[in-house]
Write a protein that binds this ligand. Structure first.
Ligand code: ATP
Length: 359
C-alpha cells in the first residue's frame, strides 16, 4: 500500500476557477517527489491541499491508507518550508530551530539534543548563536529547513524553497537538500518551476500544466520517454527542437528536406498520411557530418554560444530554426554551412492534434 495516495483530487476556488483537475498519485514512504511546471499550473495549490492549508474540492487524500481530507495540518503530520523563510529576526539560530519543540512543551535536554543534531545535519553548528541577519541567504534557508525538520513528521513539503537564492547558492542547496533527504529519509514533496532542480533532486517527477498532470516518472523516463510535446519541451536544456508539418507521400518537410518517415512510423505510416505531425529531436542527440541510420541535414549557422563544456549552435534551414549542442572543439564559424545527422532512434514523433507521442 502506498504511503500517500491522491485520488482524483480537484481544486475549484470559491471564485469558480478550476485550478487542479483529477490529480492522481501514489507515493511510497521515503520518496522524494518533485512537482514541476510553469507558473500557475497548480503545483502550490496541490501542495497546499496535501498540507491541509487548502480544502480539497473533490477526490480523496489518504495518508497510510486513512482518509485525510478532513484532518488539520497538525493531525496530518506535515512540516512545510516556504519560499520566504520567515525566521524570527530577534531569535538566534538555536532558538529559531528550537521554537517548534518549545511550543510543544518538550523538555530542555531533549530539545537541546534535537537542535544540535539538526544543526549538525545542516552544517549550522558554528552558527547557533547568530541572529538571522548575520547569515547568508543559503544559511537562512537551512535554518528554515531545520525548523521544519526538527519536528518529527511523516511528510516534508517544500514550496520553491530556493527561489530567493542566487544561482550558485541554489546549486549548493540543491545537493544539500538531497543529502538531508538521504540522511533523514523523510517522505518529501518539493515544488519548483525549474526543470534542472526537478531532474537533479527527484526520485520521481510530476509534470503539470494548466492544472493537469502531464506525466509522472523518473527523471530518466521523462527525458527518454516523454508522453507528449509539452513534457518533451519542458525537460531538457536547451529544449527539444520541434518541426510541425503534414505527412505527404510518407514524408515530412524538415527545413526544406523531405525526410522519409517510414523508419519511424512503420505500420502507422498510412494512418498519418495527410495529417499533422510534430517531429522532435534533442540538441544533444545530433552528430556532425553524415552517418547511417540517421536523417542527414544541412543548415546555415546563425550564432554560436561557447559554454565551455559544449557549444550551442543556432541553425536555420529555410524557415526552421533549431539549436544543436556540439563539442566545443567542433564549434563552427558563423554563416558557415553545417551538415549533421539525427539518428532515427533519437527522433520523437508526436500526433499533431493530441500532441501525444506516437510509439
Ligand atoms: P507559481 O509557480 O506561480 O506559484 P503554481 O503552479 O504554484 O504557480 P498555483 O499557485 O497553484 O500555481 O495556482 C494555480 C492557479 O490557481 C493559478 O492560475 C492561480 O491564479 C489560481 N489561484 C491560486 N489561488 C487562488 C485563489 N485563492 N482563488 C482563485 N484562484 C487562485
Amino acid at each position: 500500500m502506498a504511503y500517500l495516495t491522491l485520488k482524483n483530487i480537484n481544486k475549484i476556488y470559491p471564485n469558480g476557477f478550476h485550478a487542479v483537475h483529477d490529480f492522481n498519485l501514489d507515493m511510497e514512504k521515503g520518496e522524494f517527489i518533485v512537482f514541476v511546471g510553469p507558473s500557475g499550473c497548480g503545483k502550490s495549490t496541490t501542495l497546499r491541499m496535501i498540507a491541509g492549508l487548502e480544502d480539497i474540492s473533490n477526490g480523496e487524500f489518504l495518508i497510510d491508507g486513512k482518509r485525510a481530507n478532513e484532518m488539520g495540518p497538525r493531525q496530518r503530520g506535515v512540516a512545510m518550508v516556504f519560499q520566504s523563510y520567515a525566521l524570527y529576526p530577534q531569535m538566534t539560530v538555536y532558538d529559531n530551530i528550537a521554537f517548534g519543540l518549545e511550543l510543544q512543551g518538550a523538555d530542555e535536554d531533549y530539545i537541546d539534543e534535537k537542535v544540535r543534531n539538526t544543526a549538525r545535519i545542516l552544517g549550522l553548528t558554528d552558527y547557533l548563536d547568530r541572529l538571522p541577519r548575520a547569515l547568508s541567504g543559503g544559511q537562512r534557508q537551512r535554518v528554515a529547513i531545520g525548523r521544519a525538520l526538527i519536528r518529527k513528521v511523516g511528510i516534508f513539503l517544500m514550496d520553491e524553497p530556493l527561489s530567493n537564492l542566487d544561482a550558485k547558492q541554489r546549486v549548493t542547496m540543491r545537493s544539500e537538500i538531497t543529502q538531508i533527504h538521504r540522511e533523514t529519509g523523510a517522505t518529501t514533496i518539493y515544488v519548483t518551476h525549474d526543470q534542472t532542480e526537478a531532474m537533479t533532486m527527484a526520485d520521481r517527477i510530476v509534470v503539470m500544466k494548466d492544472g493537469y498532470v502531464q506525466q509522472v516518472g523518473t527523471p530518466r523516463e521523462l527525458y527518454f520517454d516523454p508522453a507528449n510535446v509539452f513534457v518533451a519541451g519542458f525537460i531538457g536544456e536547451p529544449p527539444m527542437n520541434f518541426v510541425r508539418g503534414k505527412v505527404q507521400g510518407g514524408k515530412l518537410d524538415v527545413g526544406g528536406v523531405q525526410v522519409d518517415l517510414s523508419h519511424k512510423l512503420k505500420d502507422k505510416l498510412a494512418q498519418y498520411e495527410g495529417r499533422e505531425i510534430v517531429f522532435g529531436f534533442r540538441p544533444e542527440a545530433i552528430r556532425l557530418g553524415s552517418h547511417e541510420d540517421a536523417y542527414v541535414l544541412s543548415a546555415d549557422v546563425e550564432l554560436t554560444e561557447m559554454l565551455g563544456d559544449n557549444t550551442n549552435v543556432y541553425i536555420v534551414m529555410q524557415d526552421l530554426h533549431a539549436i544543436l549542442k556540439v563539442d566545443p572543439h567542433d564549434t563552427p564559424e558563423i554563416d558557415s554551412k553545417l551538415s549533421f545527422s539525427i539518428p532515427y532512434e533519437s527522433v520523437y514523433l508526436f500526433d499533431g492534434e493530441t500532441e501525444k507521442v506516437i510509439k
